[in-house]
Structures are given as C-alpha cells and as structure tokens.
Design a protein around this ligand. Sequence first.
Ligand code: IPM
Ligand code: MN
Length: 369
Amino acid sequence: MKKTIALLPGDGIGKEVVDVTVDILKAIAEHFHHQFQFNYGLIGGDAIDQKGTPLPEETIAICKDSDAIILGAVGGPKWDQNPMELRPERGLLALRKELDLFANLRPIKTFESLLDSSPLKKEYVNGVDFVIVRELTGGLYFGKPSERIVHEGEDAVVDTLLYKRYEIERILVSAFEIASKRRKHVTSVDKANVLESSRVWREVAEEVAARYPDVTLEHMLVDNAAMQLIRSPKQFDVIVTENMFGDILSDEASMITGSLGLLSSASLSSSGLHLFEPVHGSAPDIAGKNIANPIATILSAAMMLRQSFGLEEEAKAIEKAVDNVLNAGNRTADLAEDGKAVSTKQIGEEIKNALGDDHAILNIMEAYS
Ligand code: IPM
Ligand code: MN
C-alpha cells in the first residue's frame, strides 16, 4: 500500500516524539511491504518564528495532499506573551477548523504492567477501557464574540459557547456508532442544570439514542463525571461531550492509566482526512532532553494505520510491541523510579525491535506449515 503522511512535529517535545514514531512507521512499512511517504509541515511556535503565522498556507496544502496527518504538540513559554492570534495553539485550532476535524477520540485503557503507576488504587483501574469522544470544532473554543468589552460601563470580557444543532448531532452519532461496536453504553456529559446549550445537547442525545435501540444512553453532569472518573472509572464505555468539558476530562482521565505520556488520540473529519496526535502538550520543561515518553504518539500512529488506512494487523503489531516493551520493564522518566528511566530514543528502539518478534514467529510458522 502506498500512502502519504503529513508530519507536523510542532514545538517542544513534539519533534522528539514524532521522530521516534516515524522510525517505527518506517519499520512497519518494511515489515509489511508498504510505501509511506512523509511530508513535513510547520505549525505552532516554529511556524510563527519562520513564517509569521501559526498555520502557514503551505502546511494546510501539505495536509490536504496527504492521506493522514500526524501532529506532535504546539506551544511554549517563548510565545506566551504573544497576542491570541499569534499563539502556537491557534495553529492547531485553525487546522482542526479548516479540516473539520470534529470528532476527537481519546481511548483510556490501562496497561496491565503499569497498574502500579496510577495514583489510583490498582483494583479501581485494573480493566478500565473507555473512549472519550470530544467535540472538537465548536463550543467555547470557537464562539464569537471572544474579546474584552465594556459592559454596563465596566471593563468586562466575553467568550461565547455556540453550537449549531447539526454539530451536536454528528458528534453524538459518532459516539453511538463507536458504542454500538463496543459495550453499548454512552455517557453523555453536560451541564444541563445550568447551560441552555447543554439542554439542547440532551434533547439531541435523546433523539440520536432512539436510532440506536441496542445502545443505552445515560446523561451525567460534568461535575459528577469528574468525580465518577476517579470513584469508579470502570463504569464507562463511551463518554461523549462538548469541546471544553472533553479537554478537561481527558487530562483527568489520563491519570487512570498512569501518565499523560501514554494517551493517543484521533481527530476525525467528515472528509476522511484525519489527524492523529498525542493528548499531551509540548512539555517545554523537558524538551530537547531525550526523556519524553513517545508512546502516546506511537499509539496515535497505530490508530492512524487502523482508522485511515484499514491496516489492522499493522496497528496491532505496534500495540503489541508497546505492550511487550512495557511488560519487559522499560519506562521513560514519567513512569520510572528515580535513576531507572530509559530515553525517548531507547524506548523507541525497543519498540521497533519488538515489532519484529511476532512477525518473525509468523514467518517461521509459515515455513513449517
Ligand atoms: C488538547 C490541547 C489543546 C486543546 C490546546 C493545545 C489548544 O490541550 O488537544 O487537548 O485545548 O484542545
Ligand atoms: Mn488538552
């Protein structure tokens, strides 16, 4: 199979984790006889420095010419004082909007070998397996006006939470579709006791639920959901929620698995051109030190192989290799005991080598059958 992949490493640890991921994708291409072509684009702070904008036109063109996109991370203290439209985060938000990447899937699944890494008790996190389906192109992130104003003669500020009905509907449909292939339970998270937008969200959720008779729908207020994620995370199968709630809850949920450095995500569009990125940010404090955990990005690449290219076996090979490498005790600094951490590059090498394991076994079995 021949595929073009846009790579947007971005800022901070983005470059390191994408580098390691590309190595692994090259190994996959070799093992399974595919051709992946990689096209690099600028986004975020780097793009501001070099092109004067966080999302240059060339980057959008590179993405549109590709079959899938892998992004590292954006942001850093260097650009913190910039005006809003010249912040690195704007690049990512504009790309999500431009490509209509409305459905952000964030799987939360514990690794057996990392049960002790979670700050929560083992018996609560063992067996956790759910997906957060976060709306990604609407809500408070994009509503206008979003500005400082004078209101009733006072200095004031306004942000706007805006959703078109169809935007609420399509994200709920995505969640029900996913749930119907899993344990058939959707938890729709809102703040319907306060927000009008949430009341409409509930209405639409009920309408969509009626089309999926074998999937159960539960409504949960966002404050309660934040508590339930810690109290009994195993109750969840698919959580669907609006943009800002999803941003907050997914960082919280990452701690169930032990580290934000493990969480992958897919941002799916209506057009079929999807973007894959780790849930974590650019971590400027550890950037360039070769200590970041690349697993979130590597697992995002596995999601890409499965979701965008239909390469199930290849995706599984990566997931299995990650599992094997963690089982063998390899830990990056976010998960290791003092002094026992392996580097970004080392764990990448381990995962790459582990890729061969099962495939090699398969070849031997074929030879003898
Ligand atoms: C995320 C990030 C982004 C978001 C930032 C970088 C704009 O936190 O993908 O969760 O808030 O969506
Ligand atoms: Mn976030």
